[in-house]
Write a protein that binds this ligand. Structure first.
Ligand code: NAP
Length: 163
C-alpha cells in the first residue's frame, strides 16, 4: 500500500502561488506553519522550489528534487528525473511524504488516483503572478479542518482536505 501523499500550497483565490521565482506575498503565519509542518518529512519538490528555499535542508527534512541536473545530489538530497521516479524514491525514505510543487509537479500529482491530503492556505485575494496551483475545487475532497486567520495585509484560511 503506497503512503498517503501530502500536498502543501498557499495560493490566492485566482490560484496564483508564485511570481518571478518567489512567493507573491509574505505571510509570516503561513511560513511558520509551512516550516513546522514539513520539518523531518520527506519532501518532493522541483528544482526551482529547491534552489529558492534556503532552509530546505534544515530541520531534518529529506529532499527528493525533480531535475535533469544530477549534480544537485548531495547528503540529504536525492535527485529524480520525473514525478513517478521521485515518488518511488520518497516511498523508500522514512516518514511522511510532502509534495511542495511547483506547478507541473502539483498538476501531475493531483491527477494521480491515490489517497492524498491537501494542506491549502487559501489567500482571500486576487494576486498577480506567473505560477498557478492547478484547479482543485472540482475534485471530490472531504474537508478535514479549516481555520481562518489574517494579518495586516491578507485574510486567509488554512484548509486540510482529503480524497
Ligand atoms: N505558494 C506556494 O505554496 C508555492 C509552492 C510551490 C511553488 N511556489 C512558487 O512557484 C514557483 C516555483 O515553481 P515552478 O513551477 O516555477 O518550478 P519548480 O517545479 O520548482 O522547478 C521547475 C524545474 O523542476 C524540474 N521539473 C519540474 N516539474 C517536472 C516534471 N514534471 N518532470 C521533470 N522535471 C520537472 C525541471 O528541472 P530542470 O530544469 O533542472 O530539469 C524544471 O525546470 C516560485 O515562484 C515559487 O514561489 C509557490
Amino acid at each position: 500500500m503506497p503512503k498517503m501523499l501530502n500536498l502543501m500550497v498557499c495560493c490566492a483565490e485566482n490560484r496564483v502561488m508564485g511570481r518571478e521565482n518567489r512567493l507573491p506575498w509574505r505571510i509570516p503565519e503561513d511560513l511558520k506553519f509551512f516550516h513546522e509542518q514539513t520539518a523531518a518529512k520527506t519532501i518532493v519538490l522541483g528544482r526551482i522550489c529547491y534552489q529558492t528555499w534556503p532552509r530546505a535542508r534544515e530541520d531534518g527534512r529529506r529532499l527528493v528534487v525533480i531535475t535533469s541536473d544530477s549534480a544537485l545530489a548531495r547528503d540529504g538530497v536525492r535527485v529524480a528525473r520525473s514525478v513517478p521516479e521521485a515518488l518511488a524514491a520518497a516511498e523508500d525514505l522514512p516518514g511522511e511524504i510532502y509534495v511542495n510543487g511547483g506547478e507541473r509537479i502539483f498538476a501531475e500529482v493531483l491527477a494521480l488516483d491515490r489517497p492524498m491530503r491537501l494542506h491549502l492556505t487559501l489567500v482571500h485575494a486576487e494576486v498577480p503572478g506567473d505560477r498557478y496551483f492547478p484547479e482543485w475545487r472540482h475534485l471530490a475532497w472531504r474537508e478535514v479542518s479549516r481555520r481562518e486567520s489574517s494579518d495586516a495585509n491578507y485574510r486567509y484560511t488554512f484548509f486540510t482536505l482529503e480524497r
